[in-house]
Design a protein around this ligand. Sequence first.
Ligand code: WTA
Length: 656
Amino acid sequence: MRLMNEPSTELSALSTETRRFDPPTELAAHANVTADAYEDAAKDRLAFWEAQAGRLQWDRGWDRVLDWQPPFAKWFVGGELNASVNCLDRHVEAGLGDRVAYHWVGEPEGDRRTITYAELLAEVSKAANALTELGIVQGDRVCIYLPMIPEAAIAMLACARVGAAHSVVFGGFSAQALVDRITDADAKLVITADGGYRRGAPSALKPAVDEAVPQCPSVEHVVVVKRTGQDVAWTDKDLWWSDVVDRQPAVHQATSFDAENPLFLLYTSGTTGKPKGILHTTGGYLAQVAWTHWAVFDLKPETDVYWCTADVGWVTGHSYAVYGPLANAATSVLYEGTPDAGGRDRWWSVVEEFRVSILYTAPTAIRTFMKWGDELPGGHDLTSLRVLGSVGEPINPEAWIWYRDVIGGGRCPIVDTWWQTETGAMMISPLPGVTSCKPGSAMGPLPGIAVDVVNDDGDPKRAGFLTLNEPWPAMLRGIWGDEQRYRETYWSRFEGRYFAGDGAKWDDDDVLWLLGRVDDVMNVSGHRISTTEVESALVSHPSVAEAAVVGANDATTGQAIVAFVTVRGSVADDVSSGEAFAKELREHVAKEIGPIAKPRQILITPELPKTRSGKIMRRLLRDVAEHRELGDVTTLADPTVVNAINDKMGDASTED
Ligand code: WTA
């Protein structure tokens, strides 16, 4: 294997980045975590994690901190706890029942719900009672397909409460994607809504469920939240949330579960077309998520108002919009809509309204706001902000500086947090009261985390592949139903090391730079999409013969999907060269996977460039897609193909 994404010119310039931004004095003086944490963890890593797990409420203490039979880890062996009790009951018992857990902001103007910890506990208890009535027991899987409404968090916590694993599927995924995920997880129940609000209009969700469920025999019931009030089709498996949940008692006696009881599955793209069900369990996950949320954001739960803008459909929404903040008794904002709903300054009016003090978002959003102009945030009072976070993809220094100056008023530290669906929690990040940050770098591993950058042979080097060389509490416990794939994907590339799929390098100051994916996974607006998945979607269209998909650099979304397609002989030239055809293919991909996977560009070409052994030359296609000078084409079976593709690039059909 070689680095497929060669560091771009910007990335190579990073090693010369000399600017440093020290922690604000005030913040450093009262920081939750000091530099001692690095020393403590270095001295005794397991004792360090044991101390962090001690921040949770356990109903039975663990017998052993770690049982490591590579590549299988068990953390806090023998310990028992309930994740929902840790997020709710214990805070209410501690007298925090009146503290706001969520300030929920619906997309339509003025749509608000304020939910205290006591109220959230009551709602989750009712939902847990409803799950029990519907026959959901420990060990079952429940699929959640909801917009960003409080019921999403309520449903997750209710599953956790009864020991069932949730599998949240992002609302932007198609019926087919839903079928694949429900089937793989063998889910008994689906929780959905009639629809949600998207860009000022109701957007239906239930039709996808209606299409999917008849193909999923494991599903016994579908519980439907009424959110938009739009018309819905109805089957005998369907039940309204209000009918089955509202009448339940608001008290639910939770039992505790083993530390290794599955908490959730979350599907993510891999290098093949089939998404992987990443399995997370309870104790280690919650311990690392709660500690990192408290440490990396320097959370002061009594006074901070925290806003993670991620959808619950992604891991960031799981770990840092639900489990982390609730385990820490934080007050969060939860927002249903898109950044431009009701005006391009919508986010900044939310920050102003709730006096948000910690904001956690993605570089793609930051770059979009940069494009929209400084006046929009400038028109709002953002002085409440004190810590800014970034996640999902490398943040370019320019966006980092803009985030710091324009959003953070030059006073807020930026924590650029590297982690993955698989890691469950943050792994590489500065600590806001300790680290002197370089713009664009996630700086280094958090206390208790061990990383190495290695070469092809697995030897530690200054630049190469990012690996994790010790198990960590929130690590994935496997790929659902596919032990072999788990071993192969993460543990076979380098002996004794977890291979993250990212390139990285240490600079001269021993600061770590993440260089993006090195495999066939694209990162579009912080969302992982595999090239193979999009290729299979394209090839499933009756007019398509072959497809090759690459992620090309994009100023806003990080990477953008560019597809090269050859059509079947039966398709007439004037049809395949038309804009309507490209549009049809794009819609086809949206239907197969979801709108997030729609290619930005589709190029119809007579041939795809292949090596003599028939392998598609993706690097070359990426060069074409990025209008770069072409690399070495000598291994190309038919070099003229490149010219044909380049000619096409001029009049390629582009989506804005
Ligand atoms: C990328 C999201 C650079 C990386 C939490 C990783 C990042 C993938 C960063 C995981 C960051 C995430 N800097 N790259 N701060 N954060 N990535 O599973 O390529 O959706 O492998 O988890 O996003 O994406 P996932």
